[in-house]
Design a protein around this ligand. Structure first.
Ligand code: BES
Ligand code: ZN
Ligand code: ZN
Length: 477
């Protein structure tokens, strides 16, 4: 999708999108635009309403924004318009940008339009190409202001989110660990970051035993993806951010096999997906910051070779782990991801992101990710970054009183307390054990927000939660 700017509609013919804020004169004054008058009884700018009109072969689509609107709601409205009114879209599409819009609002609208092109029918015989995706499509922004760089940034954000929609929604027999590592290599080359992948043999030599233990029962070889982005102009004082994303391409639970909800477990690489999408986006935006990202990818399957409950395994850190429950596998791959990051790169900030526990879903439902950190500055900045883009986070404690939950009699640590309480917190305490007391580490449990129900499909599907949040955080450092 390309954009350019036009000052007025004088020489334009096609479809025109006109965002309208609701005013206090509601129910009194008709909206007028380009010689058209819309009866106020039919449309007054109320949020989530729209009105179609036609004049001189042009289609006018008025879009209600209410009196005030937040980033996420605005983006969703434009995604909806793009997804559900596409029969009115053609190569000539104009978006009118009234003066009172903020830069963020313009960004949300343009990103939303591009996200509206997403089609879940990856394996359908017949696929229709959304008009916006036609090779010579160009969105005209009708404005006096120079919105080009904001518009292009909005496109980059949506492109990274679309990448994550694809990765997470693809079925586990397509989106295997190899698929993710190949995606990382291809994307690294295209956008400009380095990618190294450790397969089974290399991971064994490196000592990534906890990571390898999870994938033991699978036909699909695990892949430990390591990515490095370095800005073109590297300054001495430049900060270094480390990311780790859970890349379980399917979670059967292992021998502690899942009963409820297994069908949704292709989403268990959504933390890894968020990290992959973030790498695409920061490289595309050429952010002036160094980022190292690790996505340990494996499938948690059932087999004679699978981990047994009560097995004791080793880990990259050298600490032994008692396996109480094979369904608590995410923390095992993250443990090695975190230890590897700290030992080999020791970045200034570390954030891991994972669909880690059902417990976090029980606490926050589908609207908010769980945030764990002892670093006040990171806590505030992460929450602020999330609020700005409609990806909410709320803190839960990391108090040491919860440490006893993961103390093992036989090994250095155990992967589950065995008790159905404080699950998200004890999982976070387990991860903390592998951070070597890093002073700026945060853990995001996104089990409730990575995969959701909404108006855009009949079944649960990817949200790309985390891509924009992590990028915003990195941008604001
Ligand atoms: N992948 C799941 C967590 C999950 C739940 C993700 C719901 C997305 C939606 C994770 O590996 C898991 O199975 N966690 C267990 C841990 C328990 C066995 C200690 C859980 O939370 O029940
Ligand atoms: Zn699990
Ligand atoms: Zn899992």
């Amino acid at each position: 999708m390309k954009i350019n700017i036009i000052q007025n509609l004088d020489n334009f013919s096609g479809t025109i999108l006109i965002p309208i804020f609701e005013t206090d004169e509601k129910n009194e004054v008709n909206i007028t635009f380009d010689g058209l008058e819309i009866p106020v009884k039919l449309f007054s700018g109320i949020k989530d309403t729209h009105y179609l009109a036609e004049k001189n072969n042009n289609i006018y689509l008025f879009i209600g924004l209410g009196k005030t609107i937040d980033y996420k709601a605005l983006k969703t409205i434009f995604r909806r318009i793009s997804a559900k009114q596409k029969e009115h879209f053609n190569l000539n599409l104009a978006l009118v940008l009234p003066d009172q819009l903020t830069d963020n609002q313009v960004e949300a609208m343009i990103s939303g339009l591009l996200l509206g092109t997403y089609d879940l029918g990856h394996f359908k015989a017949e696929k229709k190409v959304h008009p916006i995706l036609a090779p010579n499509f160009c969105l005209k922004l009708v404005t006096d202001k120079d919105y080009l760089s904001i518009g292009n940034k909005a496109i980059k954000i949506a492109k990274a989110q679309l990448s994550v929609f694809n990765l997470v929604d693809l079925p586990p027999n397509t989106a295997t660990p190899k698929h993710l590592s190949q995606w990382a290599k291809y994307t690294g080359e295209k956008y400009g970051f380095e990618v190294e992948v450790l397969g089974h043999e290399a991971s064994k030599i490196a000592g990534l035993d906890a990571f390898l233990a999870v994938g033991k029962g699978s036909e699909n070889e695990p892949q430990f993806i390591i990515m490095n982005y370095t800005p073109k102009f590297e300054e001495k004082s430049i900060k270094h951010v480390g990311l780790v994303g859970k890349g379980i391409t399917f979670d059967t639970g292992g021998l502690n096999i899942k009963t409820a909800g297994m069908v949704h477990m292709k989403c268990d690489m959504a933390g890894g997906g968020a990290v992959l999408g973030t790498m695409q986006l920061i490289a595309d935006l050429q952010l002036p910051i160094k980022v190292t990202a690790i996505v340990p990818c494996a499938e948690n399957s059932v087999d004679a070779k699978s981990l047994l409950p009560s097995d004791v395994i080793n880990s990259y850190s050298g600490h032994s782990i008692e396996i109480i429950d094979t369904d608590a596998e995410g923390r095992l791959v993250l443990a090695d991801g975190l230890s590897y990051l700290v030992k080999n790169f020791n970045p200034n900030y570390i954030i891991d992101i994972a669909t880690l526990t059902g417990s976090s879903v029980g606490t926050f439902g589908y609207e908010c990710g769980a945030l764990f950190t002892n670093n006040e500055e990171m806590s505030k900045k992460l929450q602020k970054s999330g609020d700005a883009v409609g990806e909410r986070l709320w803190p839960l404690p990391l108090w040491d009183v919860y440490k006893s939950d993961i103390e093992s009699d036989i090994a250095d640590v155990k992967n589950y307390s065995g008790k159905p309480v404080a699950g998200a917190i004890s999982a976070a305490k387990f991860l903390e054990f592998f951070t070597n007391e890093h002073a700026a580490w945060a853990h995001l449990d996104i089990a409730g927000v990575a995969f959701g129900d909404d108006e855009f499909a009949k079944s649960k599907h990817a949200t790309a939660y985390g891509v924009h949040l992590l990028t915003k955080f990195i941008e604001n450092i």
